[in-house]
Design a protein around this ligand. Structure first.
Ligand SMILES: Nc1ncnc2c1ncn2[C@@H]1O[C@H](COP(=O)(O)OP(=O)(O)OP(=O)(O)O)[C@@H](O)[C@H]1O
Ligand SMILES: [Mg+2]
Length: 155
């Protein structure tokens, strides 16, 4: 078991990860970690893939736009739940931010290949349930649920 995961977290199938805003060197590590946990638990490939995609997009958004954030992962027999909470500028118009192609990404972010304005749209389409709330000058809260159609019994 990876030493970064403490044992009680693992038994409860709950995990928590921190993300640092602006740190592009580590961008993507949380979704990679979540992917390997879900694989190790024997979840179906499709559930693993969707969970990794939504986590990756949310993670990149924190690195790109927020000061810091936390990802909480909860695995049950029927679902994967991913909560992403950040402290940052918040999103003034969520409807607009959800539109395909809308992006406020600066030059630096675009040079790294981000800023197509597809992240939130993709999170919404890969999640079976997606909630987003945001408060300007405070932060943003996302909750994604991916259903496990095979209902993995022994986690
Ligand atoms: N956590 C966040 N905090 C503040 N603003 C955000 C956050 N996430 C998204 N946004 C805003 O919503 C816009 C759209 O986000 P989305 O992830 O869809 O696209 P993007 O990050 O601009 O580009 P892509 O995800 O395709 O690389 C962002 O450009 C940004 O203005
Ligand atoms: Mg994005």
């Amino acid at each position: 078991m990876n030493p970064a995961v403490n044992k009680s977290e693992d038994t409860l199938n709950k995990y928590s990860f921190n993300i640092e805003g602006g740190n592009f060197n580590d961008a993507g590590t949380v979704s990679t970690r979540i992917k390997s946990i879900l694989k190790q638990k024997g979840l179906p490939n499709d559930v693993v893939r969707k969970s990794a995609i939504v986590c990756y997009e949310a993670e990149i958004n924190i690195v790109s736009y927020a000061r810091k954030g936390t990802v909480n992962l909860t695995i049950t027999a029927e679902t994967v739940e991913i909560e992403v909470i950040d402290e940052g500028p918040g999103i003034p118009d969520i409807e607009q931010a959800m539109e395909q192609g809308y992006s406020t990404a600066n030059q630096q972010i675009r040079e790294m290949g981000f800023g197509a304005g597809m992240g939130l749209h993709n999170i919404n389409s890969y999640s079976d349930k997606f909630d987003i709330t945001s408060e300007v000058n405070k932060g943003t809260f996302l909750k994604m649920i991916i259903n496990n159609p095979q209902s993995t019994k022994d986690l």
